[in-house]
Design a protein around this ligand. Structure first.
Ligand code: J2J
Length: 545
């Protein structure tokens, strides 16, 4: 068994004791959690997706069969598998199967392509890749083939759907493990349950290790704060591999509360309004651009959304003008969520006054979340002033997975995570997000590292230099703009975009806008940092638009 613990970056003993004594960490694993729900209400429907319904008992059975099947296949507790699935019920049976076997899922988004998957597989040391054969017109089997060529350590490819004769189907894995009860596993509550992906500012994504103990704590508290219970029906419209629809309160928080999860393959208002009516959905989580689409569509089509009570909105800043439209247009309570896959999550509470709900991004889940707001020199700012948010607490990681260099940058010596967000605190302890210190683009909630995209562009022979910046966008919140100095002949922007897609990166990372320039700045380039350069270019855009 390897890497189950995070030796140098785990919580120090005194914090472990503190969080246990406070009752935050209760020693429960995901495997045991599902079993207890299946015992409490075996016949209640847990998941609805496409034409499939699964009860809690069925979910439990699938999870055990998958766990047993994977162990029979040669996987061992502590191994990592890249899970690359859209919003289908198998996402849930698979991850609980992995939890039961102690195998660590590493969650990729459906939009990710070979470049990202290769990076995840290598940095996570994955030995398996699990995908749907096809989704949204993309053939994931082709990706699997390239992945195995580039990463020989990925020995196993498991496919949902037609696995062809090359790969193993999930059905066969399940059949091999059928009727085998796997509950006691090598994993315990303080072990890593899964790896999430960071949306950080620098370079390639980092891997975020979350333990059973810390994550289940957030689920328990999120379910309470969002007032979920056995009657709740949560629509999962965002890609479920994202931390937000997974846990704030997300499909896992809903299963924690014994409610029902309804999965939508598309977040469009057309698809979702229909599901809300048919399945009597009570809660849903959206990013601001989607909320805007829903609001516009609801004003036009006046759908029946009478079952819906709460919409959580987070992932990017929601402006008060849009927040204000939620109750009159959709007839529901808005709940703002400011969270991060690294940990800290803030919610406005359902009973808060309208001003708090509209103007703030909520307050932390836990009384043991420690927040510091500091200036550029690391000194605490005066009350109510904006500054860099640093945080540590019972569900905020103390370090990325196997990444000492990133940990050096992203964590203080006493274990605070540097969120990269600029926030201020209201006198009531609510956070108002002001912006980001780092150079990433928050494109409709998807975080894109400027540096990562620049590095892709620099690999093109026609590109001499490139700098990527964010531009405010009415619908996306922010869009990406690449300033490019051509080497000789100016390439065509469409060709460059096509070339990026063919490199195999997620579509949302392809620059929305490309501007060719002869030089970046009058100041000698190379003498100023990339950060300053990007700031100058952004300012240049502001004055020319
Ligand atoms: C402004 N910026 C926000 C908000 C996140 C719940 C909700 C969201 C995420 C998430 C999550 C924001 N207003 N309301 O994991 O559990 C930006 C910040 C933050 C970064 C984290 C959850 N909500 N953000 O978005 O890991 O910049 O998590 O640091 O994808 O999103 O991104 P991510």
């Amino acid at each position: 068994m390897t890497n189950l613990t995070i030796p140098q970056h785990g919580w120090p003993d005194e914090y472990v004791q503190r969080y246990r004594q406070a009752g935050h960490w209760q020693g429960e694993t995901f495997g045991a959690l599902l079993r207890s729900r299946a015992e409490q209400h075996p016949d209640r429907i847990a998941v609805v997706g496409g034409s499939k319904n699964l009860t809690y008992a069925q979910l439990d059975e699938h999870a055990s069969a998958i766990a047993a099947g994977l162990l029979a296949q040669g996987f061992q507790a502590g191994d990592r598998i890249v899970v690359h699935l859209p919003n289908i019920p198998e996402f849930i049976t698979v991850v609980f199967g992995l939890f039961r076997a102690g195998i660590i899922p590493l969650y990729a988004l459906p939009a990710h392509r070979i470049t990202e998957i290769e990076h995840f597989a290598k940095s996570g040391g994955a030995t398996g890749y699990l995908c749907a054969a096809e989704h949204g017109g993309f053939n994931y089997l082709g990706l699997a083939t390239t992945l195995q060529e580039r990463c020989p350590d990925v020995e196993h490819v498991i496919v949902i759907g037609d696995a062809t004769d090359r790969y193993t189907s999930l059905q066969d894995i399940e059949a091999a493990g059928a009727n085998t009860d796997v509950l006691a596993t090598a994993s315990s509550a303080q072990d890593i349950a899964f790896l999430q992906i960071s949306g950080g500012s620098t370079g390639l994504s980092k891997l975020i290790p979350r333990t059973h103990d810390d994550y289940i704590y957030t689920l328990r508290e999120s379910a309470r704060i969002c007032e979920l219970d056995g009657d709740s029906v949560l629509l999962c419209a965002l890609p479920m591999a994202h931390n937000f629809p997974m846990s704030s309160p997300g499909f896992l928080g809903t299963l924690y509360a014994g409610g029902r999860v309804v999965l939508s393959l598309s977040p469009s208002p057309e698809a979702c309004f229909e599901l809300i009516k048919r399945e009597k959905v009570t809660q849903c989580s959206l990013v601001p651009p989607l909320l805007m689409l829903w609001l516009d569509a609801a004003e036009r089509s006046k759908p029946n959304l009478s079952s819906l009570r709460v919409i959580q909105v987070g992932g990017a800043k929601l402006i008060p003008e849009v927040a204000q439209r939620v109750r009159p247009t959709l007839g529901v309570t808005l709940q703002q969520v400011f969270g991060m896959a690294e940990g800290l999550v803030n919610y406005t509470r359902l009973g808060d006054d309208a001003e708090t709900i509209i103007e703030t991004q909520g307050r932390p889940i836990s009384p043991d979340d420690e927040l510091l707001i500091v200036d550029d020199d690391g000194q605490a700012v005066a009350d109510g002033q904006a500054g860099h948010l640093l945080t540590r607490g019972p569900y905020t990681i103390r370090g990325y997975y196997n990444n000492p260099a990133a940990n050096q940058r992203s964590f203080t010596e006493d274990g605070y995570y540097r969120t990269g967000d600029i926030v201020k605190l209201t006198p009531d302890g609510y956070l108002v997000v002001q912006g980001r210190a780092g150079d990433h683009i928050n494109r409709a909630g998807e975080k894109i590292s400027a540096e990562e995209i620049e590095n892709h562009l620099l690999a093109n022979p026609a590109v001499f230099d490139a700098a990527v910046v964010s531009v405010p966008d009415t619908y996306l919140g922010e869009r990406s703009c690449a300033f490019i100095i051509p080497r000789n002949e100016k390439p065509r922007a469409v060709e460059l975009k096509k070339w990026m897609r063919e490199r195999g990166i997620a579509d949302f990372k392809v620059p929305d806008q490309i501007i060719f320039v002869d030089t970046f700045s009058e100041t000698a380039v190379g003498k100023i940092s990339r950060k300053t350069l990007r700031a100058q270019l952004r300012a240049q855009l502001d004055t020319t638009q």
